[in-house]
Design a protein around this ligand. Structure first.
Ligand SMILES: [Zn+2]
Length: 328
């Protein structure tokens, strides 16, 4: 099969590889579409904490079942499936608290095992979620980035009547803003690019307005400094975007946190249930995603796809095994 392979940090190549076979409890899927995000760019260009090489990247995948491994029941060949990118143990502390994304033994597709930048991908049956018939593959694949946003919104602790501001109007910021609205919170969005801000449905931040939740969907220390200054009493800052190692330490006034009872919480990835919620929200039309797709590429054009992500030329970039997928 054709796939994108990262053998060492800094580059990737289009190669032919033997098609994987599903083991016990696993399913082989023909990839219908894979989303490309900044994390994939990071994996190829700079590496990632969770990356094990050599690796086929791609953690946003929708595919059709072509073969079912031993011990798998209830999954029919031909079904379209969204792949929750994690494999979790189910028994460790974080798993028992419902945070599968923090599983002590977490293995992420595209990081620890091969992902969807390929014609075929193997996934454990445990990680699959049926795509509703009313949803296209292109819409369903947004379930992965949207899941991460739902996890962040959950961790932000916002309740009806509270205010939320989001820094960054890229794919994640846009989905955060749309998901907030779907859940009943009008979000303000901060982005230097007026057009992106508008697409996300954002308003300019009114001067001196404070927020119950501030979420940074851009890996910029400056954004984090602004966001922490905008926290209302009992406000919560969500660390949604990672920072480059050079920027990862930001001075914070602990007295501000103390006197104003504010908190800072990290958000990384998502749990299986967020995938189910995300697919339901997209299927119900409460979070619209189709207009966010600005670029479609085939595997052979991976460098162009990564360049679009790197230069922030589009919003959402999708990758297809071949032209048939794009034209479908
Ligand atoms: Zn676990």
């Amino acid at each position: 099969m054709k796939c994108i392979l990262v053998e060492k940090i800094g580059a990737c190549a289009v190669v032919e590889k033997e098609c994987p076979r599903p083991g016990t409890g696993e399913v082989l899927l023909k990839v219908n579409v894979a989303g490309v995000c900044r994390t994939d760019l990071k994996i190829v260009r700079a590496g990632h904490r969770d990356l094990v090489l050599p690796r086929i990247p791609g953690e946003e995948v929708v595919g059709s079942v072509v073969e079912v491994g031993a011990g798998v029941s209830g999954i029919a060949v031909g079904r379209r499936m969204y792949v929750y990118p994690g494999i979790w143990c189910g028994t460790c502390g974080p798993c028992r608290q419902g945070a599968q994304n923090l599983c002590r033994d977490m293995r992420i597709m595209g990081f620890h095992r091969d992902g969807g930048f390929a014609e075929y991908v193997v996934a454990p049956a445990q990680s699959l979620i049926d795509v509703p018939d009313t949803l296209s593959d292109e819409e369903a694949v947004f379930a992965e980035p949207l899941s991460c946003c739902l996890n962040a919104l959950e961790l932000s602790g916002i309740k009806p009547g509270m205010t939320v501001a989001i820094w960054g109007a890229g794919p994640a910021g846009t989905l955060l803003a749309r998901a907030s609205r779907a859940l009943g919170f009008a979000a303000d969005v901060v982005d230097p690019d007026e057009k992106r801000c508008e697409r996300a449905g954002g308003h300019r931040l009114p001067p001196s307005k404070e927020y119950d939740a501030c979420i940074c969907a851009v890996g910029s220390a400056g954004a984090y400094r602004q966001a922490i200054a905008r926290l209302a009493p009992r406000g919560r800052l969500v660390v949604f975007s990672g920072l480059s190692p050079a920027d990862e330490t930001i001075p914070v006034s602990f007295n501000q946190l103390h006197y104003r009872e504010q908190s800072i919480v990290g958000a990384y990835g998502c749990s299986y249930r967020h995938g189910e919620d995300a697919l339901n929200m997209i299927a119900a039309g409460s979070v619209k995603v189709r207009d966010m797709i600005t670029h479609r590429f085939v595997l052979d054009d991976i460098e162009q796809a990564l360049a679009v992500v790197e230069l922030r030329e589009g919003i959402k970039v999708h990758l297809y095994p071949d032209r048939k997928g794009i034209d479908a």
